[in-house]
Design a protein around this ligand. Structure first.
Ligand code: LLP
Length: 463
Protein backbone atom coordinates (compact mmCIF):
# COMPACT_ATOMS: atom_id res chain seq x y z
CA UNK A 1 0.00 0.00 0.00
CA UNK A 2 1.36 3.40 -0.94
CA UNK A 3 2.46 5.65 1.88
CA UNK A 4 3.58 8.61 -0.23
CA UNK A 5 2.61 12.09 0.86
CA UNK A 6 0.90 14.44 -1.57
CA UNK A 7 -0.18 18.08 -1.54
CA UNK A 8 -2.94 17.97 1.03
CA UNK A 9 -4.97 21.10 0.32
CA UNK A 10 -6.38 23.27 3.11
CA UNK A 11 -5.59 21.91 6.55
CA UNK A 12 -7.78 23.99 8.77
CA UNK A 13 -11.29 25.23 9.03
CA UNK A 14 -10.73 28.63 7.44
CA UNK A 15 -12.81 27.56 4.45
CA UNK A 16 -15.00 25.24 6.40
CA UNK A 17 -18.70 25.49 5.58
CA UNK A 18 -21.43 25.16 8.15
CA UNK A 19 -21.12 21.68 9.54
CA UNK A 20 -20.82 19.85 12.79
CA UNK A 21 -17.03 19.90 12.96
CA UNK A 22 -15.70 23.25 14.04
CA UNK A 23 -12.14 21.98 14.35
CA UNK A 24 -10.24 18.81 13.57
CA UNK A 25 -10.33 16.22 16.34
CA UNK A 26 -7.31 16.28 18.62
CA UNK A 27 -6.24 12.77 17.63
CA UNK A 28 -7.19 11.49 14.20
CA UNK A 29 -6.12 7.96 15.15
CA UNK A 30 -8.60 7.77 18.03
CA UNK A 31 -11.79 5.78 17.43
CA UNK A 32 -14.74 7.18 19.34
CA UNK A 33 -16.55 4.16 20.87
CA UNK A 34 -19.82 6.04 20.44
CA UNK A 35 -19.72 5.63 16.66
CA UNK A 36 -17.71 2.42 16.22
CA UNK A 37 -18.87 -1.14 16.85
CA UNK A 38 -17.97 -2.51 20.26
CA UNK A 39 -15.01 -4.71 19.34
CA UNK A 40 -13.32 -2.17 17.05
CA UNK A 41 -9.87 -1.05 18.15
CA UNK A 42 -6.52 -0.02 16.71
CA UNK A 43 -3.74 -2.55 17.26
CA UNK A 44 -0.13 -1.85 18.18
CA UNK A 45 0.77 -1.48 14.49
CA UNK A 46 -1.94 1.11 13.97
CA UNK A 47 -4.21 -1.22 11.99
CA UNK A 48 -7.86 -1.23 13.01
CA UNK A 49 -9.32 -4.59 14.02
CA UNK A 50 -12.87 -5.76 14.55
CA UNK A 51 -13.82 -8.98 16.31
CA UNK A 52 -10.07 -9.64 16.47
CA UNK A 53 -9.56 -9.38 12.67
CA UNK A 54 -7.47 -6.72 10.96
CA UNK A 55 -9.28 -4.67 8.33
CA UNK A 56 -6.30 -5.13 6.03
CA UNK A 57 -6.88 -8.88 6.10
CA UNK A 58 -10.61 -8.44 5.58
CA UNK A 59 -9.90 -6.25 2.55
CA UNK A 60 -7.50 -8.83 1.14
CA UNK A 61 -9.91 -11.71 1.60
CA UNK A 62 -13.23 -10.10 0.78
CA UNK A 63 -12.31 -7.01 -1.23
CA UNK A 64 -13.63 -3.49 -0.89
CA UNK A 65 -16.03 -1.89 -0.53
CA UNK A 66 -17.52 -4.15 2.11
CA UNK A 67 -19.90 -3.75 5.00
CA UNK A 68 -18.17 -5.26 8.01
CA UNK A 69 -20.53 -6.27 10.80
CA UNK A 70 -19.55 -7.02 14.39
CA UNK A 71 -21.72 -10.00 15.30
CA UNK A 72 -20.98 -9.84 19.04
CA UNK A 73 -22.06 -6.21 19.05
CA UNK A 74 -25.27 -7.00 17.17
CA UNK A 75 -26.16 -9.72 19.63
CA UNK A 76 -25.24 -7.54 22.62
CA UNK A 77 -27.47 -4.70 21.42
CA UNK A 78 -30.35 -7.05 20.64
CA UNK A 79 -29.99 -8.57 24.11
CA UNK A 80 -29.81 -5.14 25.76
CA UNK A 81 -33.18 -4.23 24.22
CA UNK A 82 -34.66 -7.56 25.22
CA UNK A 83 -33.41 -7.28 28.80
CA UNK A 84 -34.42 -3.64 29.12
CA UNK A 85 -38.05 -4.37 28.21
CA UNK A 86 -38.26 -7.64 30.15
CA UNK A 87 -40.80 -10.39 29.76
CA UNK A 88 -43.86 -8.14 29.95
CA UNK A 89 -43.02 -6.50 26.64
CA UNK A 90 -41.93 -7.51 23.14
CA UNK A 91 -39.10 -6.22 21.01
CA UNK A 92 -39.63 -6.51 17.26
CA UNK A 93 -36.44 -5.82 15.30
CA UNK A 94 -37.32 -3.70 12.24
CA UNK A 95 -35.98 -5.77 9.36
CA UNK A 96 -36.01 -2.84 6.94
CA UNK A 97 -32.85 -1.54 8.65
CA UNK A 98 -30.96 -4.64 7.50
CA UNK A 99 -32.19 -8.16 7.05
CA UNK A 100 -30.46 -11.38 6.10
CA UNK A 101 -30.94 -14.97 7.13
CA UNK A 102 -28.03 -14.86 9.55
CA UNK A 103 -29.58 -11.81 11.20
CA UNK A 104 -32.92 -13.62 11.53
CA UNK A 105 -31.18 -16.51 13.31
CA UNK A 106 -29.34 -14.18 15.68
CA UNK A 107 -32.63 -12.48 16.53
CA UNK A 108 -34.35 -15.78 17.12
CA UNK A 109 -31.53 -16.93 19.39
CA UNK A 110 -31.56 -13.65 21.32
CA UNK A 111 -35.32 -13.82 21.88
CA UNK A 112 -36.41 -10.93 19.67
CA UNK A 113 -39.38 -10.80 17.34
CA UNK A 114 -39.30 -9.40 13.82
CA UNK A 115 -41.11 -6.65 11.95
CA UNK A 116 -41.22 -7.15 8.17
CA UNK A 117 -42.66 -4.70 5.66
CA UNK A 118 -42.71 -6.57 2.36
CA UNK A 119 -43.15 -10.01 0.86
CA UNK A 120 -39.37 -10.16 0.36
CA UNK A 121 -38.65 -9.53 4.02
CA UNK A 122 -41.33 -12.03 5.01
CA UNK A 123 -39.79 -14.65 2.71
CA UNK A 124 -36.34 -14.03 4.22
CA UNK A 125 -37.70 -14.35 7.76
CA UNK A 126 -39.61 -17.55 7.04
CA UNK A 127 -36.79 -19.14 5.10
CA UNK A 128 -34.45 -18.61 8.06
CA UNK A 129 -36.93 -20.30 10.38
CA UNK A 130 -38.32 -17.35 12.34
CA UNK A 131 -41.51 -18.68 13.95
CA UNK A 132 -44.37 -16.95 12.12
CA UNK A 133 -46.19 -16.01 15.30
CA UNK A 134 -43.22 -13.80 16.21
CA UNK A 135 -43.47 -11.83 12.96
CA UNK A 136 -45.40 -8.57 12.51
CA UNK A 137 -46.30 -7.58 8.97
CA UNK A 138 -46.30 -3.87 8.12
CA UNK A 139 -46.79 -1.72 5.06
CA UNK A 140 -49.10 0.95 3.66
CA UNK A 141 -49.85 -1.01 0.49
CA UNK A 142 -49.53 -4.72 1.09
CA UNK A 143 -50.66 -6.61 -1.97
CA UNK A 144 -53.46 -9.20 -1.69
CA UNK A 145 -50.84 -11.88 -2.47
CA UNK A 146 -48.59 -10.66 0.35
CA UNK A 147 -51.52 -10.56 2.77
CA UNK A 148 -52.57 -14.05 1.81
CA UNK A 149 -49.03 -15.37 2.25
CA UNK A 150 -48.76 -13.73 5.67
CA UNK A 151 -52.13 -15.07 6.84
CA UNK A 152 -51.37 -18.57 5.55
CA UNK A 153 -47.97 -18.51 7.25
CA UNK A 154 -49.66 -17.58 10.53
CA UNK A 155 -47.93 -14.27 11.24
CA UNK A 156 -48.53 -13.06 14.77
CA UNK A 157 -49.93 -9.74 13.68
CA UNK A 158 -50.70 -7.70 10.63
CA UNK A 159 -50.55 -3.95 11.17
CA UNK A 160 -53.48 -2.39 9.31
CA UNK A 161 -52.73 0.92 7.65
CA UNK A 162 -55.96 2.12 5.97
CA UNK A 163 -59.72 1.65 5.88
CA UNK A 164 -59.42 -0.32 2.65
CA UNK A 165 -56.83 -2.60 4.15
CA UNK A 166 -59.07 -3.37 7.12
CA UNK A 167 -61.63 -4.79 4.72
CA UNK A 168 -59.03 -6.44 2.51
CA UNK A 169 -57.29 -8.34 5.32
CA UNK A 170 -60.61 -9.29 6.93
CA UNK A 171 -61.85 -10.68 3.64
CA UNK A 172 -58.70 -12.69 2.91
CA UNK A 173 -58.50 -14.04 6.46
CA UNK A 174 -62.14 -15.03 6.47
CA UNK A 175 -61.85 -16.78 3.13
CA UNK A 176 -58.97 -18.80 4.59
CA UNK A 177 -61.00 -19.59 7.71
CA UNK A 178 -58.63 -17.59 9.92
CA UNK A 179 -59.26 -14.94 12.54
CA UNK A 180 -56.17 -12.80 11.95
CA UNK A 181 -54.63 -10.91 14.84
CA UNK A 182 -54.21 -7.27 13.83
CA UNK A 183 -53.11 -3.93 15.17
CA UNK A 184 -54.33 -0.65 13.73
CA UNK A 185 -51.66 1.90 12.89
CA UNK A 186 -52.64 5.42 13.77
CA UNK A 187 -50.96 8.80 13.37
CA UNK A 188 -50.99 10.71 16.60
CA UNK A 189 -50.10 14.14 15.20
CA UNK A 190 -46.61 14.34 16.71
CA UNK A 191 -43.93 16.17 14.78
CA UNK A 192 -40.79 14.16 15.55
CA UNK A 193 -37.68 16.29 15.18
CA UNK A 194 -36.10 14.45 12.34
CA UNK A 195 -35.79 14.66 8.56
CA UNK A 196 -39.14 15.13 6.84
CA UNK A 197 -38.79 11.94 4.82
CA UNK A 198 -38.32 9.79 7.92
CA UNK A 199 -40.91 11.42 10.21
CA UNK A 200 -44.14 9.48 10.20
CA UNK A 201 -46.60 10.55 12.86
CA UNK A 202 -47.66 13.96 11.60
CA UNK A 203 -50.90 13.64 9.73
CA UNK A 204 -50.04 14.81 6.21
CA UNK A 205 -48.32 11.61 5.06
CA UNK A 206 -49.05 8.17 3.70
CA UNK A 207 -48.78 5.98 6.81
CA UNK A 208 -51.49 5.18 9.33
CA UNK A 209 -54.97 6.46 10.09
CA UNK A 210 -55.19 9.89 11.73
CA UNK A 211 -56.40 10.15 15.28
CA UNK A 212 -57.70 13.57 14.32
CA UNK A 213 -61.36 13.90 13.46
CA UNK A 214 -62.21 10.53 15.00
CA UNK A 215 -60.83 8.58 12.03
CA UNK A 216 -58.78 6.16 14.13
CA UNK A 217 -61.78 5.51 16.37
CA UNK A 218 -63.88 4.83 13.27
CA UNK A 219 -61.26 2.39 11.97
CA UNK A 220 -61.38 0.47 15.26
CA UNK A 221 -65.20 0.51 15.15
CA UNK A 222 -65.20 -1.08 11.70
CA UNK A 223 -62.45 -3.59 12.43
CA UNK A 224 -64.17 -4.82 15.60
CA UNK A 225 -67.22 -5.77 13.52
CA UNK A 226 -65.35 -7.99 11.08
CA UNK A 227 -65.21 -11.72 11.74
CA UNK A 228 -61.87 -12.21 9.97
CA UNK A 229 -60.07 -9.88 12.40
CA UNK A 230 -59.06 -10.07 16.03
CA UNK A 231 -58.08 -6.53 16.98
CA UNK A 232 -55.29 -6.84 19.54
CA UNK A 233 -53.93 -3.33 19.69
CA UNK A 234 -52.98 0.08 18.44
CA UNK A 235 -49.72 0.93 16.71
CA UNK A 236 -47.89 4.24 16.49
CA UNK A 237 -44.50 4.95 14.91
CA UNK A 238 -43.49 8.59 15.08
CA UNK A 239 -40.30 8.69 13.01
CA UNK A 240 -36.65 7.81 12.92
CA UNK A 241 -33.29 8.99 14.28
CA UNK A 242 -35.01 10.62 17.26
CA UNK A 243 -33.10 11.74 20.35
CA UNK A 244 -35.86 13.50 22.21
CA UNK A 245 -38.13 11.20 24.25
CA UNK A 246 -40.93 13.76 24.47
CA UNK A 247 -42.43 12.71 21.12
CA UNK A 248 -42.83 9.13 22.41
CA UNK A 249 -44.44 10.43 25.57
CA UNK A 250 -47.02 12.43 23.67
CA UNK A 251 -47.66 9.43 21.40
CA UNK A 252 -48.10 7.08 24.37
CA UNK A 253 -50.47 9.55 25.99
CA UNK A 254 -52.64 9.78 22.88
CA UNK A 255 -52.64 6.04 22.21
CA UNK A 256 -53.77 5.34 25.78
CA UNK A 257 -56.49 7.99 25.43
CA UNK A 258 -57.74 6.10 22.37
CA UNK A 259 -57.69 2.80 24.29
CA UNK A 260 -59.86 4.46 26.92
CA UNK A 261 -62.33 5.73 24.30
CA UNK A 262 -62.48 2.22 22.82
CA UNK A 263 -63.17 0.74 26.25
CA UNK A 264 -65.87 3.34 26.92
CA UNK A 265 -67.55 2.81 23.55
CA UNK A 266 -67.19 -0.93 23.01
CA UNK A 267 -66.45 -2.33 26.46
CA UNK A 268 -63.26 -3.83 25.02
CA UNK A 269 -59.79 -3.31 26.54
CA UNK A 270 -57.28 -3.87 23.76
CA UNK A 271 -54.38 -5.86 25.21
CA UNK A 272 -51.40 -4.40 23.27
CA UNK A 273 -49.83 -1.15 22.17
CA UNK A 274 -46.84 -0.81 19.90
CA UNK A 275 -44.86 2.41 20.06
CA UNK A 276 -42.76 1.71 16.97
CA UNK A 277 -39.06 2.29 16.48
CA UNK A 278 -37.09 5.40 15.74
CA UNK A 279 -34.45 5.72 18.43
CA UNK A 280 -31.44 7.66 17.19
CA UNK A 281 -27.84 6.47 17.11
CA UNK A 282 -24.51 8.30 17.05
CA UNK A 283 -23.27 8.88 13.52
CA UNK A 284 -20.73 11.42 14.72
CA UNK A 285 -19.26 12.23 18.13
CA UNK A 286 -21.81 15.05 18.46
CA UNK A 287 -24.77 12.67 18.74
CA UNK A 288 -25.89 11.46 22.18
CA UNK A 289 -28.39 8.64 21.91
CA UNK A 290 -30.43 7.18 24.79
CA UNK A 291 -29.73 3.69 26.10
CA UNK A 292 -32.38 0.96 25.72
CA UNK A 293 -32.94 0.77 29.48
CA UNK A 294 -33.68 4.52 29.62
CA UNK A 295 -36.19 4.18 26.81
CA UNK A 296 -37.79 1.11 28.34
CA UNK A 297 -38.14 2.84 31.69
CA UNK A 298 -39.60 6.03 30.21
CA UNK A 299 -42.11 4.22 27.99
CA UNK A 300 -43.19 1.74 30.64
CA UNK A 301 -43.66 4.50 33.21
CA UNK A 302 -45.72 6.72 31.00
CA UNK A 303 -47.97 3.93 29.72
CA UNK A 304 -48.50 2.59 33.25
CA UNK A 305 -49.25 6.06 34.64
CA UNK A 306 -51.64 6.97 31.82
CA UNK A 307 -53.46 3.64 32.15
CA UNK A 308 -53.84 4.02 35.90
CA UNK A 309 -55.29 7.48 35.31
CA UNK A 310 -57.76 6.03 32.79
CA UNK A 311 -58.47 2.93 34.94
CA UNK A 312 -57.32 0.67 32.16
CA UNK A 313 -55.43 -2.57 32.52
CA UNK A 314 -51.86 -1.78 31.37
CA UNK A 315 -51.48 -3.25 27.88
CA UNK A 316 -48.48 -5.25 26.79
CA UNK A 317 -46.02 -2.83 25.20
CA UNK A 318 -43.98 -3.56 22.12
CA UNK A 319 -41.32 -1.57 20.31
CA UNK A 320 -39.64 -1.89 16.91
CA UNK A 321 -36.03 -0.70 16.96
CA UNK A 322 -34.10 -1.20 13.75
CA UNK A 323 -31.34 1.37 13.47
CA UNK A 324 -30.58 1.34 17.21
CA UNK A 325 -29.73 -2.36 17.04
CA UNK A 326 -27.92 -2.80 13.74
CA UNK A 327 -26.77 0.74 12.89
CA UNK A 328 -23.72 0.98 15.15
CA UNK A 329 -22.63 -2.63 14.55
CA UNK A 330 -21.19 -2.18 11.06
CA UNK A 331 -18.83 0.05 9.14
CA UNK A 332 -18.19 0.34 5.44
CA UNK A 333 -14.63 -0.42 4.43
CA UNK A 334 -13.45 1.44 1.32
CA UNK A 335 -10.18 1.71 -0.52
CA UNK A 336 -9.03 5.19 -1.41
CA UNK A 337 -8.71 5.57 -5.19
CA UNK A 338 -7.86 9.19 -5.79
CA UNK A 339 -7.02 12.14 -3.57
CA UNK A 340 -7.71 15.50 -5.20
CA UNK A 341 -6.85 18.69 -3.33
CA UNK A 342 -8.78 21.72 -4.60
CA UNK A 343 -6.90 24.90 -3.80
CA UNK A 344 -8.56 26.95 -1.09
CA UNK A 345 -11.53 24.58 -0.89
CA UNK A 346 -11.04 21.06 0.37
CA UNK A 347 -9.59 17.70 -0.63
CA UNK A 348 -11.84 15.26 -2.44
CA UNK A 349 -11.15 11.66 -1.47
CA UNK A 350 -12.72 9.21 -3.92
CA UNK A 351 -13.50 5.69 -2.77
CA UNK A 352 -14.48 2.52 -4.61
CA UNK A 353 -18.18 2.70 -3.59
CA UNK A 354 -20.44 5.65 -2.87
CA UNK A 355 -24.11 6.51 -3.20
CA UNK A 356 -25.01 2.99 -4.36
CA UNK A 357 -23.87 1.56 -1.00
CA UNK A 358 -24.85 4.57 1.11
CA UNK A 359 -27.60 6.80 -0.25
CA UNK A 360 -28.32 8.40 3.12
CA UNK A 361 -25.98 11.35 2.73
CA UNK A 362 -27.46 12.31 -0.64
CA UNK A 363 -31.04 11.57 0.40
CA UNK A 364 -31.23 12.94 3.94
CA UNK A 365 -28.13 15.10 4.20
CA UNK A 366 -27.00 12.54 6.78
CA UNK A 367 -23.74 13.12 8.63
CA UNK A 368 -21.09 10.45 8.99
CA UNK A 369 -17.61 10.23 10.35
CA UNK A 370 -14.63 8.53 8.74
CA UNK A 371 -11.20 7.25 9.76
CA UNK A 372 -8.04 5.96 8.16
CA UNK A 373 -8.01 2.33 9.30
CA UNK A 374 -5.19 0.52 7.50
CA UNK A 375 -2.51 2.41 9.42
CA UNK A 376 -2.08 5.12 12.00
CA UNK A 377 -0.75 8.48 10.90
CA UNK A 378 0.64 11.47 12.71
CA UNK A 379 0.41 13.74 9.67
CA UNK A 380 -1.41 17.02 10.07
CA UNK A 381 -5.14 16.81 9.44
CA UNK A 382 -6.78 17.91 6.21
CA UNK A 383 -10.36 18.83 5.51
CA UNK A 384 -11.92 16.25 3.19
CA UNK A 385 -15.09 15.30 1.44
CA UNK A 386 -15.36 11.56 0.88
CA UNK A 387 -17.05 10.90 -2.45
CA UNK A 388 -17.97 7.83 -4.43
CA UNK A 389 -17.28 6.66 -7.96
CA UNK A 390 -20.70 7.34 -9.44
CA UNK A 391 -21.42 9.70 -12.26
CA UNK A 392 -23.12 12.30 -10.13
CA UNK A 393 -21.71 15.23 -8.16
CA UNK A 394 -24.13 14.56 -5.30
CA UNK A 395 -22.40 11.21 -4.80
CA UNK A 396 -21.10 12.13 -1.36
CA UNK A 397 -20.47 9.64 1.44
CA UNK A 398 -19.09 11.99 4.10
CA UNK A 399 -19.65 15.65 3.50
CA UNK A 400 -17.20 17.24 5.91
CA UNK A 401 -14.50 15.41 7.81
CA UNK A 402 -10.84 15.45 8.66
CA UNK A 403 -8.35 12.79 7.63
CA UNK A 404 -4.56 12.68 7.90
CA UNK A 405 -2.84 14.87 5.31
CA UNK A 406 -0.68 11.97 4.05
CA UNK A 407 -3.74 9.94 2.92
CA UNK A 408 -2.89 8.20 -0.33
CA UNK A 409 -4.39 5.87 -2.95
CA UNK A 410 -4.48 2.34 -1.58
CA UNK A 411 -5.17 3.40 2.00
CA UNK A 412 -8.25 1.88 3.59
CA UNK A 413 -10.75 4.19 5.19
CA UNK A 414 -13.91 3.22 7.03
CA UNK A 415 -17.20 4.96 7.64
CA UNK A 416 -18.77 3.80 10.91
CA UNK A 417 -22.45 3.38 11.83
CA UNK A 418 -23.50 2.11 8.41
CA UNK A 419 -25.27 -1.03 9.65
CA UNK A 420 -28.76 0.40 9.18
CA UNK A 421 -30.35 1.50 5.92
CA UNK A 422 -27.17 1.27 3.84
CA UNK A 423 -27.13 -2.31 2.50
CA UNK A 424 -30.92 -2.36 2.66
CA UNK A 425 -31.16 0.80 0.53
CA UNK A 426 -28.26 -0.08 -1.77
CA UNK A 427 -28.78 0.16 -5.52
CA UNK A 428 -27.04 -0.74 -8.75
CA UNK A 429 -26.78 2.85 -9.95
CA UNK A 430 -24.25 3.03 -12.78
CA UNK A 431 -24.28 -0.78 -12.64
CA UNK A 432 -22.03 -0.64 -9.63
CA UNK A 433 -22.15 -3.94 -7.77
CA UNK A 434 -23.52 -4.07 -4.25
CA UNK A 435 -20.92 -4.88 -1.58
CA UNK A 436 -20.99 -7.97 0.61
CA UNK A 437 -21.82 -8.02 4.30
CA UNK A 438 -19.03 -9.73 6.20
CA UNK A 439 -19.80 -10.71 9.78
CA UNK A 440 -16.85 -10.94 12.14
CA UNK A 441 -16.80 -12.66 15.50
CA UNK A 442 -14.02 -14.00 17.75
CA UNK A 443 -11.32 -13.74 15.12
CA UNK A 444 -13.38 -15.34 12.36
CA UNK A 445 -15.09 -13.71 9.41
CA UNK A 446 -17.99 -15.05 7.40
CA UNK A 447 -19.80 -13.61 4.40
CA UNK A 448 -23.51 -13.36 5.26
CA UNK A 449 -24.53 -11.55 2.08
CA UNK A 450 -22.16 -12.10 -0.80
CA UNK A 451 -20.84 -9.44 -3.15
CA UNK A 452 -22.90 -8.94 -6.27
CA UNK A 453 -21.24 -9.98 -9.50
CA UNK A 454 -21.59 -8.87 -13.09
CA UNK A 455 -23.27 -12.23 -13.73
CA UNK A 456 -25.92 -11.25 -11.18
CA UNK A 457 -26.56 -8.05 -13.13
CA UNK A 458 -26.64 -9.77 -16.49
CA UNK A 459 -28.92 -12.54 -15.23
CA UNK A 460 -31.72 -10.01 -14.80
CA UNK A 461 -31.05 -8.42 -18.17
CA UNK A 462 -32.79 -10.91 -20.42
CA UNK A 463 -31.75 -9.26 -23.64
N1 LLP B 1 -41.40 0.48 12.83
C1 LLP B 1 -41.96 1.07 11.76
C2 LLP B 1 -43.40 0.93 11.55
C3 LLP B 1 -41.18 1.79 10.86
O1 LLP B 1 -41.75 2.37 9.83
C4 LLP B 1 -39.78 1.89 11.09
C5 LLP B 1 -38.93 2.63 10.16
C6 LLP B 1 -39.24 1.24 12.20
C7 LLP B 1 -40.07 0.55 13.06
C8 LLP B 1 -37.77 1.26 12.51
O2 LLP B 1 -37.26 2.53 12.72
P1 LLP B 1 -35.76 2.70 13.25
O3 LLP B 1 -35.71 2.21 14.69
O4 LLP B 1 -34.87 1.89 12.40
O5 LLP B 1 -35.49 4.15 13.12
N2 LLP B 1 -34.37 4.97 5.46
C9 LLP B 1 -34.42 5.88 6.59
C10 LLP B 1 -35.22 5.31 7.72
C11 LLP B 1 -36.62 4.91 7.33
C12 LLP B 1 -37.35 4.32 8.48
C13 LLP B 1 -38.63 3.75 8.04
N3 LLP B 1 -39.37 3.13 9.09
C14 LLP B 1 -33.01 6.20 7.02
O6 LLP B 1 -32.07 5.73 6.39
O7 LLP B 1 -32.79 6.95 7.97
Amino acid sequence: MSRSAHPAGPRHADVFPEGHYSAPPADLNALDPKVWAQTVERDADGVVTVGGMAVTRLAEEYGTPAYVLDEADFRARARAWRTAFGTDADVFYAGKAFLSRAVVRWLDEEGLNLDVCSGGELATALSAGMPADRIAFHGNNKSPEEIERAVRAGVGRIVLDSFQEIVRVAHIAQSLGVRQRVQIRITVGVEAHTHEFIATAHEDQKFGIPLAGGQAAEAVRRALQLDGLEVIGIHSHIGSQIFDMSGFEVAAHRVVALLKDIRDEHGVELPEIDLGGGLGIAYTSDDDPCEPHEIAKALTEIVTRECEGARLRTPRISVEPGRAIVGPTAFTLYEVGTVKPLDGLRTYVSVDGGMSDNIRTALYDAEYSVALVSRASDAESMLVRVVGKHCESGDIVVKDAFLPGDLAPGDLIAVPATGAYCRSMASNYNHVLRPPVVAVRDGEARVIVRRETEEDLLRLDVG
